[in-house]
Write a protein that binds this ligand. Structure first.
Ligand code: IDP
Length: 154
């Protein structure tokens, strides 16, 4: 089977502290996506500023960096058909107030600055490669057969 698309996802500190990490991971597992990378860490400022570099001129940048470094995060890499777009649909709109019920943000968040999960932007072509590389070494991504693949894909 050919390798499917990989996408970067991260449980943010608010979700981790609220005990939602398992629930968020379950959503992707149940959808049929394959987990190939996962770690638990507290980001330092430099790492956070690089991750959110595209927002450095925005008025909310300092608060965003402060927040994302304020506690444990769970960076992950998920693999699957059309993974980036599907994951973005599953997490919902950036502002939880606009996120549809049934999406992760629509079910677990109320505030733009506390929106529980990050996922690479499917409209930014280089986002996955950049973000996966920023968080994971090659040998931290695990190779294995997804045993239910023939039940997930035709
Ligand atoms: P995304 O997380 O849905 O990809 P981005 O536009 O990349 O959204 O923004 C990154 C993060 O910055 C958002 O998840 C949100 O937490 C925060 N953010 C975005 N826009 C605002 C804003 O206008 N005020 C405060 N925080 C914001």
């Amino acid at each position: 089977m050919s390798e499917r698309e990989r996408t970067f996802v991260m449980v943010k500190p608010d979700a981790f502290q609220r005990g939602l990490a398992g629930e968020i991971i379950s959503r992707f597992e149940e959808r049929g996506l394959k987990l190939v990378g996962l770690k638990l860490e507290v980001l330092d400022r430099e790492h956070a500023e690089e991750h959110y570099g595209e927002h450095e001129d925005k008025p909310f940048f300092d608060d965003l960096v402060e927040f994302i470094t304020s506690g444990p995060v769970v960076p992950m890499v998920w693999e699957g058909e059309d993974a980036t777009r599907q994951v973005r649909q599953m997490i919902g709109a950036t502002d939880p107030a606009e996120a549809a019920p049934g999406t992760i943000r629509g079910d677990y968040a109320l505030d733009l600055g506390r929106n529980v999960v990050h996922a690479a932007d499917h409209e930014d072509e280089g986002a996955n490669e950049r973000e996966i590389e920023l968080f994971f070494d090659d040998d931290e991504l695990v190779e294995y057969d997804q045993h239910d693949a023939s039940w997930l894909y035709e």
